[in-house]
Design a protein around this ligand. Structure first.
Ligand code: CTP
Length: 212
């Protein structure tokens, strides 16, 4: 392969105070499997990963990050040299607008936390793409998966969106299997249920096919 591939994986954590944070159920398994699949084909792989409890694959450059902002900075500082970027990370869409310096004590019956939008990393990459660079995003939906994912493909100026429906058995968070649909501007292909390793290999094959 001899290409440079950047994969993002895992969740991000957005601090509320020194004790608590906002995150999601991403395990990192799909992203780590993608990094491994690209490495096995001889790519020079950088894996930008949010906090995960799994072993990173060997022979990839691991860049650990915690927040969406850190992931944005880590990705955009090397994105210009990548041939393929696969954004499997479940990046927080919002973070607390203010991070409390001290632990928040309980007082009222109800309390709210003001949130602000994070920067859309894939959206940024789509706006600043290099000629020939392939951008692959992920889309996790619980309803209207195809319509929403096609909208994301266009909005974020990506080449491919790997969509999965959280409500389908064997798909989504924490599982070792996944059920995904590969969506490009002119194609839409649902893969049968398979291991995340096999899904990763199929995604890498599809990207290479689309690039030539
Ligand atoms: N993504 C990103 N930066 C963000 C949020 C998401 O790069 N701040 C990327 C994810 O890594 C994924 C894709 O965008 O590849 C889809 O993420 P998702 O959160 O499902 O899409 P949104 O556009 O945020 O749409 P919605 O919130 O309406 O589902």
């Amino acid at each position: 392969l001899g290409r440079k591939v950047l994969v993002t994986a895992g969740p991000t954590q957005e601090a509320i105070d020194p004790v608590r944070y906002i995150t999601n159920h991403s395990s990192g398994k799909m992203g780590y499997a993608l990094a491994k699949a690209a490495m096995l084909r001889g790519a020079d792989v950088t894996l930008v990963s949010g906090p995960c409890a799994i072993e990173p694959p060997p022979f990839v450059k691991l860049v650990p990050v915690v927040t969406a902002k850190e992931m944005f900075d880590a990705v955009t500082s090397v994105s210009f040299e990548q041939d393929i970027i696969i954004k499997a990370a479940a990046v927080a869409d919002y973070r607390p607008a203010n991070v409390y310096e001290d632990k928040v004590k309980k007082h009222e019956e109800q309390m709210s936390i003001k949130l602000e939008k994070t920067d859309d990393i894939l959206g940024y990459l789509g706006e600043h793409r290099l000629p020939g660079q392939f951008l692959c995003g992920f889309s996790m939906e619980t309803e209207h998966m195809l319509e929403n994912s096609r909208a994301k493909l266009a909005k974020k100026n990506a080449d491919m969106i790997v969509a999965n429906n959280l409500k389908v058995a064997g798909a989504g968070f924490g599982t070792d299997t996944n059920v995904v649909t590969l969506i490009t501007a002119d194609d839409c292909r649902e893969l049968e249920i398979m291991s995340k390793a096999d899904v990763a290999s199929a995604i890498v094959s599809e990207i290479l096919k689309k690039m030539c």
